[in-house]
Design a protein around this ligand. Structure first.
Ligand code: SF4
Length: 270
């Protein structure tokens, strides 16, 4: 039968449609997680996942308290099927007044065991990246898109991201950092609300609810592909410059003034 055969024109059309649907699902999930559940009506009603005005004021005044409330709401969470194989919920950790928030994909094996984000090999590389920016790990905030480990470290599915995403929104809203750094395609696509590849998303400044958002490679990917560490360092320079100057220069990486400094080839790897 011709239908479904990848070698035939109709087989190619089916693959194109499947890919388009996959991209569309990612975009819709990203919009949902960004707080825009119904994009057509988004102009006329408050975004989903935003705390009520009184709660927002409370969180602003007491971000640590806000995070504690959110963590409490996640206790024993069974909102998506990722609950079934987790050992611990990995909520996130760091300073509630952090100027910089890192968002990864989801907990891995070691994170699931310890209940802490980025504590395995990739975590040690992230620690070095944080140090290279001049911070202690405790001074930034680190969390993930989903709080429970996907089986075999697979990429979280749209439904799982849609269920867990509102809690990520509230974490970031509670902290209101000066910069967000998305680590890897899942976090980048979720926060930007697009199906574009991480290679396309990195290297320029995006915005998440008015907060500058820089996308870069996931530390686990950098461990597998050390040649990309230079590109990741360029992204960190962008983070550093926004934190230092408090403003975003026009252009991004590759434009004059945003290029890595001569010392930018410093080692961020293990
Ligand atoms: S991933 Fe998030 S929504 Fe799903 S069970 Fe875990 S805490 Fe709940």
């Amino acid at each position: 039968m011709e239908s479904g055969n990848p070698m035939t024109p109709s087989g190619k059309a089916e693959r194109d449609i499947a890919e388009t649907l996959r991209q569309l699902r990612l975009v819709m999930t990203g919009l949902q997680v960004a707080g825009i559940e119904d994009w057509a009506a988004a102009w006329s009603r408050p975004a989903v996942g935003l705390p009520e005005p009184e709660k927002a004021i409370e969180q602003e005044q007491d971000p640590a308290g806000g995070l504690t409330v959110i963590a409490g709401e996640l206790e024993g969470c069974r909102r998506c099927r990722l609950h079934s194989e987790r050992t611990r919920i990995v909520f996130g950790e760091g300073s509630a007044r952090a100027p910089l928030v890192f968002v990864g994909e989801g907990p891995g094996l070691e994170e699931d065991r310890q209940g802490r984000p980025f504590v395995g090999r990739a975590g040690r590389l992230l620690d070095q990246m944080i140090k290279a920016l001049g911070f202690r790990r405790e001074a930034v905030y680190i969390c993930n898109v989903v709080k429970c480990r996907p089986p075999k470290n697979r990429t979280p599915e749209s439904e799982e991201i849609a269920r867990c995403g509102p809690f990520l929104i509230r974490q970031i809203e509670a902290i209101r950092p000066r910069v967000i750094c998305a680590l890897g395609a899942c976090a980048a696509q979720t926060l930007v609300g697009t199906g574009s590849s991480i290679s396309r998303l990195r290297g320029s400044v995006h915005y998440w609810r008015g907060i500058p958002l820089i996308c870069t490679f996931h530390p686990a990917y950098l461990l597998r592909t050390p040649a990309q560490k230079a590109a990741a360092w360029e992204d960190l320079i962008l983070v550093r410059d926004i934190l230092r100057t408090g403003c975003v220069q026009d252009g991004g990486i590759g434009r004059e003034g945003m290029k890595p400094s001569p010392t930018s080839d410093r080692h961020i790897g293990p």
